[in-house]
Design a binder for this molecule. Structure first.
Ligand code: ADP
Ligand code: MG
Length: 243
């Protein structure tokens, strides 16, 4: 493996009931890079993200985070260093926004309450929700809830952020506020893997696009190339459908 890779995914395979949905996936991610993962529904994008942090255990392959291999024995510690932003936010509904953002810092990272509170407020401000600390998730719009979930991930000081279709549960008018936050993170040098159909985000923020189909990576490269002449017929066809 290369030393400067934050994330190094090698030969990941996964089957469900004899159906192979990941057929040997590998890619690397350098510090500060944003890679956008695209592909048709059912191509294995979510399974890949979940295998990276062992929410789903891969059948084969290796994952390295900042040079250290992710294994059964260290999975809790490794998972704490990978922020995961889900399609459906996954906030604790009985906790305030502030508690949602500080609870893992305290319980998982062992940060003291005062420091965790400060960090939570700082990350809430960063996603434009500095005034919502005492609200409950149900009092927020979907776009605001997703921004809380991004703040929660950031507060853990992760090596990498993994996003699984973070805006697909949102109405179009709420999508932009989340995309803007993600664009800013990319500019700030966060290291991110983003599964999304938001091609404007891909165009502007991605260092590289990875196109998945049927459990394989069929194409990868800078967005400029994939959107123009270099892409294969089927990649362009897919981009034309969703763009
Ligand atoms: P994508 O995110 O690209 O839409 P997924 O990774 O969710 O694709 O799914 C890839 C394939 O794996 C699909 O055929 C899906 O039905 C199957 N799959 C995903 N999760 C499970 C599971 N927990 N059990 C059985 N099959 C699954
Ligand atoms: Mg998915």
């Amino acid at each position: 493996m290369t030393d400067d890779l934050i994330l190094d995914v090698q030969g990941v395979k996964k089957s469900y009931d004899g159906l192979e949905v990941l057929k040997g996936i590998g890619f690397g991610l350098r510090k500060g890079e944003t890679k956008v993962l695209i592909g048709p529904s059912g191509s294995g994008k979510s399974t890949l993200l979940r295998c990276i942090n062992y929410l789903t255990r891969p059948d084969a392959g290796r994952i390295f985070l900042s040079g250290e291999e992710v294994r059964e024995g260290n999975i809790d510690a490794m998972r704490a260093r990978m922020g995961f932003v889900f399609q459906d936010f996954n906030l604790f509904s009985h906790l305030t926004v502030l508690d949602n953002v500080r609870i893992c810092q305290i319980k998982v990272n062992g940060i003291d309450r005062e420091t965790a509170t400060q960090r939570a407020q700082q990350e809430l401000a960063r996603v434009g929700l500095g005034d919502k600390a005492m609200a409950y998730p149900a009092e927020l719009s979907g776009g605001q809830q997703q921004r809380v979930s991004i703040a929660r991930a950031l507060a853990m000081d992760p090596d990498v952020l993994l996003f699984d279709e973070p805006t697909s549960a949102l109405d179009p008018e709420l999508t932009n506020e989340v995309i803007r936050v993600m664009q800013q993170l990319a500019r700030d040098g966060m290291t991110m893997v983003v599964v999304t159909h938001e091609m404007s985000f891909a165009r502007q923020a991605a260092d590289e696009l990875i196109f998945m189909e049927n459990g394989h990576i069929v194409e990868q490269g800078p967005p400029g190339n994939l959107f123009s002449h270099v892409a294969s017929e089927r990649t362009r066809a897919f981009l034309n459908v969703i763009a």
